[in-house]
Structure formats: C-alpha cells, structure tokens
Design a protein around this ligand. Structure first.
Ligand code: SF4
Ligand code: SF4
Length: 362
C-alpha cells in the first residue's frame, strides 16, 4: 500500500484538477441552522436536518468535508432514483433503442460504510443477467473515500464496516495539517499524481491513521450485542418473534427507510407512452419493500399483507437472506434508516431485541 501526504491548502487545487476531467459529486454545504429544509434527492445545495447532502461539485468551495454522516448515500450516482432503460417508436421507422447514460465521474468523500455498500451493489448488479446501466456507470466511476466520525445512530463497527481496506481508488485520512492519502488502485495513483502535489507520507504521519481508527472505535453509542457473523442465524430463528407485530403496529409503511438505505436496490419498471401513441420509453424507479403494493401481484394477491410482514422481510434481507447469495450482511450500519424513520423504528434496537430473545429462547 502506498501513502502520500497532501497539505490541506492543496486540496482545492486537487479538486480543480479533477473538475477538468470528471463530473465530481460530494457532500455539499449544510443548511444554515434553523432554516427549514425542503431538500430532495439530487439537490445540490441544500442539506436535510443539518446533514450534508451529496451534490454536484462545481468548485472546490462547494465541497463539505466535515466527516459527519450524509443524509443520503452516493448510491444515486450509480443507480439513479429514475432512469430510462429504452426508447421505442412505431410509424415508418419502428424500433427500440436501449439507453445507457454514463459519464466519467468522481464520488468524492465517500465514507467507509458507503464504500462497503457500493461493493455489495457491484455484486448484485453483476449477478445473473448483467445490469449494463449500473455496470457501465460503475466502470466510469472513480471513488475517493474519507474517514468519518460516527453520530449516535451509526453502528458500522458492529457490522465490520467501520474501515475500508479496498473498494476505493484513493482514501483520504485527515491528520490535521493535511491528508494522508491511501492509494487503492493504479488508476487512483495516476489521477493523484496528475492532479495533486503530494509527497511520500512519513511513518509518523501514517501512524496517525491507526491512532484515529483506535479513537473512532471508542466513539460508538449504538452497538449490536452479538458478533456480526452470528446475525444470520439469530434472524433465522426469530421469524415468529413478537417484535415484528410490535413495530408493524407503529410503522407508516412510507418506504423512507428503503429510500435512504445505501444497499436497497429494488426497482419497478414502467412504460410511458407519449400522447401521439407512437413513441415512448421504458424506465425504472426505485421501489421499496415496505410499501403496500410491493408484493402485490396480478389478481390483487399480496405475499406480504401486513406492515409487520413487510418489516420482517426488510430486516431479514439485511441480516439473513442476502448473506448466502452475495457473501455479506446487507446492513452496513450507516444509521440512515434510524435517522429517517418518523416513528423511530430503530434497526439496531430491533436487532438487539432479537439477540436478547435468542439468548433467552435459543
Ligand atoms: S421509515 Fe419507519 S415508518 Fe416508514 S416504512 Fe420504514 S420503518 Fe415504517
Ligand atoms: S438498513 Fe439502515 S442502517 Fe443498515 S445500511 Fe440500510 S439504512 Fe443503513
């Protein structure tokens, strides 16, 4: 592993260089305190409840590298909330044209949990029939990670995503006077050498990365009370737990927890036909397993009629069902669904209740 040192005053130059070759997305400025937030996905300038949003960076001044959790993950730049898949037309020259929109882009300031989430999405979209839209965009994406500081809802340490050893091109460790930059790929090295004035990091500077990790490990308020490797088994034994009814009674079925989750990848496919009835497009939009219609099929039958069943399904997708198929827990402990839920359903607390139940009635 190669480490370089970039003084803080040089970061603006580095970002300016990147802007010449790429579209750059990163955390943008906070909403000023007390200002009502009406931020939406893809909004470049506003934050939500004081959390930075990801947005397009047009100048180094736009970038907000405060290391606090972001309201949404950068998933939207790899898997947009709405995306055209193909266009079709009738008439004299009928035809179908597939649509794949991808450009060279940098995701700047990605936190370790979100780097892990992207690695999971990489596996999902390459599994079975390849998802060309995602994979093409991923191929053109350059990831620059950064260290972060947990808030009271983060529990990445409990699911082994507190740090990232791979899955990035460059990773920035803030050591005060500047950044120690970990080079993750050959492309990362080329881009760093092209756009930034760095020097070889000293052993003393590299040691500060370990010091920070040790400090960070002590900062967590939220933790899971079992080892991550045991969670699939614990979940598999708690299918009939009373916990599901309890949280099902207060859940609104609003889908927000799915929408903010960096590892949720379900989508619906729809057709839209223009008023001339001879052309249109097929697009996909994010879907959410907590919504009532998600498991509804032709004839009106639903495989998961109640909110309790839908929440049980969502939580099991995170801690059990996906593990065998994709080789990892699908909860990276980012805490976003906890921060977002209007009725305070807390995936970490629910998991701890299941762990406790399992200890009582294995
Ligand atoms: S955000 Fe909360 S209320 Fe909305 S679906 Fe998820 S658990 Fe239910
Ligand atoms: S389930 Fe919640 S805490 Fe886990 S990755 Fe998704 S949003 Fe983050």
């Amino acid at each position: 592993m190669e480490y370089r040192f970039l003084p803080k005053k040089e970061i603006a130059c580095f970002v300016t260089g990147l802007l010449k070759d790429f579209k750059v997305y990163g955390p943008v400025k906070l909403v000023p305190a007390g200002m009502p937030s009406n931020a939406s996905i893809g909004d470049t300038k506003k934050g939500k409840d004081g959390f930075p949003m990801y947005g397009e960076i047009n100048s180094p001044k736009d970038l907000n590298l405060l290391h606090t959790p972001t309201h949404l993950s950068p998933k939207q730049y790899l898997f947009p909330p709405k995306e055209t898949l193909l266009k079709f037309k009738n008439g004299e020259k009928p035809g179908i044209e597939s649509v794949v929109e991808a450009h060279d882009q940098v995701l700047f300031g990605v936190h370790p949990c979100d780097i892990h989430a992207i690695r999971l999405l990489d596996r999902v979209f390459a599994y079975g029939p390849k998802d060309v839209n995602y994979l093409k965009r991923r191929e053109k994406t350059f990831i620059i990670g950064i260290d972060c500081i947990p808030d009271k809802h983060c529990f990445c340490k409990s699911v082994n995503t507190m740090t990232a050893d791979y899955g990035f091109d460059l990773f920035l460790h803030d050591i005060g006077s500047g950044f120690v930059i970990e080079i993750g790929t050959a492309k990362g090295k080329d881009i760093l050498y092209k756009h930034a004035k760095t020097k070889k990091a000293t052993n003393k500077e590299i040691k500060k990365i370990v010091e920070f990790k040790n400090k960070k490990a002590e900062m967590f308020v939220t933790t899971l009370n079992a080892d991550a490797s045991t969670l699939p088994l614990i979940y598999s034994g708690r299918y009939y737990s009373p916990v599901w009814e309890k949280i099902g009674k207060i859940c609104y079925g609003c889908g927000s927890c799915n929408n903010v989750c960096p590892t949720c990848y379900c989508f619906d496919v729809r057709d839209e036909i223009k008023a001339n009835l001879s052309e249109g497009e097929r697009y996909r939009v994010w879907d959410a397993c907590t919504l009532e219609d998600f498991a509804k099929v032709a004839g009106g039958h639903s495989f998961r009629k109640t909110r309790a069943e839908r929440l049980r399904h969502r939580f099991n997708r995170k801690f059990q069902y996906q593990v065998d198929k994709f080789g990892g827990l699908f909860c990276v402990g980012c805490g976003r669904c906890i921060r977002t839920c209007l009725v305070n359903i807390n995936i970490a607390e629910v998991t701890n209740e299941l762990i406790e139940e399992s200890n009582r009635k294995p």
